[in-house]
Design a binder for this molecule. Sequence first.
Ligand code: NAD
Length: 501
Amino acid sequence: MSATAIPTAASVADAVARLSPEGRAFIDGAYVDALSGETFDCVSPIDGSVIAQVAACDQADVDRAVKGARAAFEKGAWSKASPAKRKHTLIRFAELIREHADELALLETIDMGKPIADSRQIDIPGAAKTINFYGECADKVSDEIAPTDPSAVAMVVREPLGVIGAVVPWNFPLLMAAWKLGPALATGNSVVLKPAEQSPLTAIRIAQLAVDAGIPAGVLQVVPGFGETAGQAIGLHMDVDMVAFTGSTEVGKYFMRYSGESNLKRVSLECGGKTPHIILPDYPDLDKAAEAVAWGIFFNQGEVCNAGSRLLVHEGIRDDFIARVAKVAQGIQPGNPLDQGTKMGAMVDATQMERVLGYIEAGKADGATVAMGGSRVMQDTGGCFIEPTIFADVTNDMKIAQEEIFGPVLSAITFSEVDEAVRIANDTVYGLAGALWTRDVSTAHKVARDIKAGVVWVNCFDAGDITTPFGGFKQSGFGRDKSMHAMEKYTDLKLIWLQLD
Ligand code: NAD
């Protein structure tokens, strides 16, 4: 396949025939079966077919992976390599991801159900860019000399933590893994990566590319498996120094508990969200705002942690604005994820589809009005598709306004004053992101400061860059991915006080 063309496959079966997806774990530089020999079916949500047998790793496999990762760390071929060497190797790793972008994109799409154009234009280039960025960062960070009395030299140095457990979700499988791998590897750690059971294939594939790029065997281990087995084993392992987790708030809390019950490993958590998207009536281009609101919730089937799932719209423009959002949403209907023109794909699996449909029923039962959509579609494909859904007449105490649906469901809530909008925006356990549209610079500043969230977008939505930090307040977690700040959490400060004669 060429390095630039968007890959095509006529069907999931065609893609599987071309890719022969690898489903084994990757430990100490080689693909291996789970020690138990157990596997599970990897099912494509596009048509319900089984696309691979994946190693069901458990505690014994995690232990093996951690031992290998620790041995690699102690050996020092990576942890004590010069930052310049780590830089060149990570940049090569990023190049290999780019060279295999067509293959990885197709794998991501058949595994997770997102549109092939998104996999090829967003997820895979984003993962490569992330690894490249942290490669570039590896030799740009210096240690400090503290301003002590001249009779001493007090060096404040940063050291890698050791073995990092990276536990990631299924919505952006490779990209979320890259957000952990980039800074963890750039700072010299070994990583045991557990992809989500719904979407393990790209993580398994890139483990080989890492070794091909020159990352020593054992430094990146991949253990596919279920959360309650492989995930928990990482959380409870006595020789894992830190868990970098992205996933639900519920499971994030488990990792805090695992840490307390084991070795007090550090934990960083990127958890869920219920992002408020506030539209003030002074914003002159409501079509532009409506476009952002629609894509802000329907992109990636709504399976986005910072999805703008709560529309907070001024009561004076409510009906007009919801109609504008619905008009945009008409153009984001589900289609075959393998078609290059498809803008919305399949829900990741039948469980998630049923969960989202359950929330739609809850919205109706609580008295919200379905302004658009509300149903499963394309049943004849055997896949898991839900149409873009908009609820009007939502109040912020309803289940669909409080809980993370993680699907293509927008809940529209009205307000009359800016202060009320801010109060509603903050009335949630989450604090991942927020957005507002206004022409008034004072309001923009004030509201951006008042919203309790890790990121606030003004007159845009979901804007970001690998140079900017990302993460939550409140129960959306703590610690930051992306940017050079992410490197801090994978290192520890050591003071070396050298007394001069
Ligand atoms: P999840 O919490 O169910 O699973 C995430 C990971 O944790 C998976 O690898 C899973 O196998 C593992 N896991 C599940 N149960 C476990 C347990 N008992 N012990 C140990 N590990 C366990 O989340 P998901 O459904 O895969 O992903 C959706 C969630 O991820 C949403 O809440 C979304 O908001 C969140 N998310 C957050 C961000 C962010 O940056 N804040 C980004 C993407 C997704």
